[in-house]
Design a protein around this ligand. Structure first.
Ligand code: NI
Length: 275
């Protein structure tokens, strides 16, 4: 028998990501409060992180504290039309959220022009290596200087994902409510109704509800909250983070499906698109 050493505790990092996420996206805290006021103990289904496919900051680096805490590598996914790849990790215990990490390709398959790739490499080169060693990358925030607005706009024209990541840096892109763990709401449609009644808009691209029982995963999400970001030439309001709702169904083995549905995830990436 392999005697495992003590595992790192991921909860402090999750708490830090949640605090930072809700400070910037108060809608998520508002929705969670609405659920708690109904007597729900909200369980996180998964959290999603974004990065660039670069050895300094790629999926493996971003996921390291989770792997150290006992998370196991799950499936890989590709989103060719957005130039992204992703991987999910399964938590060591059912009370912890799954992890979904995506990265923007900077080599073959990238949606970015040579000029934009030079911009993005410049951002990565501006990260102080000491900061990368000192704190988990997932909670680092934006470790490069503020972008010029026209740089953001140029990136956005090629990749909404690149523009979002360049503007916000490393943080939770979204947390996700485990709808299957709710007791007072039967499904995603009921959660959607609660959210819309509170005046919070949902992502409608691709239909409000993505997936279904046949996929064993049904999801919806808010539209990313308008967020003020300091650009080099002044503050602007752009889409920030969003909150997601996921209901998992059991498979033939009776266990809840633990993966992700690429077709649905592909549309949910668009929650942070500017409209
Ligand atoms: Ni998600």
């Amino acid at each position: 028998m392999h005697a495992a050493g003590p595992r790192a505790d991921i909860r402090p990092l999750l708490a830090r990501l949640w605090a930072d996420y809700t400070a910037q996206n108060p809608q998520a805290a508002q929705i969670r409060r609405l659920l708690e006021e109904r007597g729900e103990a909200v369980v996180d289904d998964h959290i999603a992180l974004r990065t660039f496919a670069d050895p300094r900051v790629g999926i493996d680096v971003l996921a390291r504290p989770f792997v150290d805490a006992g998370y196991a590598r799950g499936d890989d996914y590709t989103f060719a039309d957005k130039g992204l790849r992703a991987r999910h990790y399964d938590p060591p215990t059912d009370d912890l959220p799954r992890l979904f990490v995506s990265e923007l390709l900077l080599g073959p398959g990238t949606p970015c022009s040579a000029g934009s790739l030079a911009t993005l490499r410049g951002l990565l080169d501006a990260i102080d290596a000491g900061r990368l060693d000192a704190a988990p990358l997932a909670a680092l925030g934006r470790p490069w200087p503020a972008l010029a607005w026209d740089t953001y706009e140029r990136l956005r024209g090629e990749s909404e994902y690149a523009a979002w990541l360049a503007a916000f840096g490393f943080r939770a892109n979204h947390f996700t409510v485990a709808v299957h763990a709710l007791r007072t709401l039967a499904g995603v449609a009921e959660v959607n109704a609660l959210v819309e009644a509170a005046g919070i808009p949902l992502l409608r691209a691709g239909g409000v509800i993505k997936g279904g029982p046949a996929d064993r995963l049904e999801q919806s999400s808010t539209l990313a909250a308008p967020t003020v970001v300091d650009f080099a030439d002044g503050p602007r309001t752009i889409p920030g983070c969003y909150y997601e709702f996921a209901r998992r169904y059991p498979g033939p083995d009776g266990r809840l499906f633990g993966g992700f549905v690429p077709r649905s995830a592909d549309r949910i990436f668009e929650s942070t698109d500017r409209r």
